[in-house]
Write a protein that binds this ligand. Structure first.
Ligand code: SF4
Length: 190
């Protein structure tokens, strides 16, 4: 895994109402290898070189732990805006999982946006957080059609697997929803 330096990770959102109600935003990884053809995070304006190469932030868990312990206000920590927190490397790196452990420990809630069924690995932690704070999981699905999803989102599980993950999360009592976006003209708008 390649690491990059980071000073701060859990950032206050000035307008949580525009950010799915997330009071804070957190990106542990930089870049994303899911390969969605419509991904706007690879736009030049964000200045992320070689976006498909996922890098992790150095000492991420230590930084997150310190930042959570110093926050005056509890709230919901959102993740999944500029990189999927369940990129394939998370299977072995476990950084998202470790961050959830500290989110639970310090009494914060969590909002996760992902396209990966790897999130079901962490159902135990999501249930624990849910006992004291809000948890909201949004799974992005752009089409019910697995063949199409494997073209527009080449390196992530097909839509059917995402529906299965949503069911598992819902059955575990975790508040879940589907993010039906983006709508791509002539591709998934029918
Ligand atoms: S999962 Fe999100 S961040 Fe990753 S490539 Fe797809 S749209 Fe971009």
């Amino acid at each position: 895994m390649e690491y990059i330096p980071a000073k701060s990770i859990v950032i206050k959102n000035k307008n949580p109402e525009y950010w799915f109600g997330h009071d804070y935003n957190m990106n542990i990884y930089k870049g994303c290898s899911h390969g969605c053809i419509y991904c706007d995070s690879r736009s030049d304006c964000y200045k992320i070189e070689d976006f498909d190469r996922v890098r992790a932030k150095e000492n991420a868990i230590e930084i997150i732990k310190n930042e959570l312990s110093n926050k005056r206000e509890k709230g919901v920590v959102g993740t999944g805006a500029m990189s999927d927190p369940y990129n394939p490397c998370e299977k072995t790196e476990l950084l998202t999982r470790k961050a959830l452990e500290w989110i639970d420990y310090y009494g914060f809630g969590v909002g996760i946006t992902t396209k990966s069924d790897l999130i079901t690995r962490d159902i135990d932690l999501l249930k624990r957080i849910n006992q004291h704070s809000p948890v909201c999981i949004t799974m992005t699905v752009t089409t019910y059609n697995d063949e199409l999803s494997s073209i527009v989102e080449a390196n992530v599980v097909p839509s059917s697997k995402r529906f299965e993950a949503l069911k598992k999360l819902g059955d575990a009592g975790v508040y879940t929803g589907m993010l039906l976006m983006p709508i791509l003209p002539f591709i998934n708008d029918n």
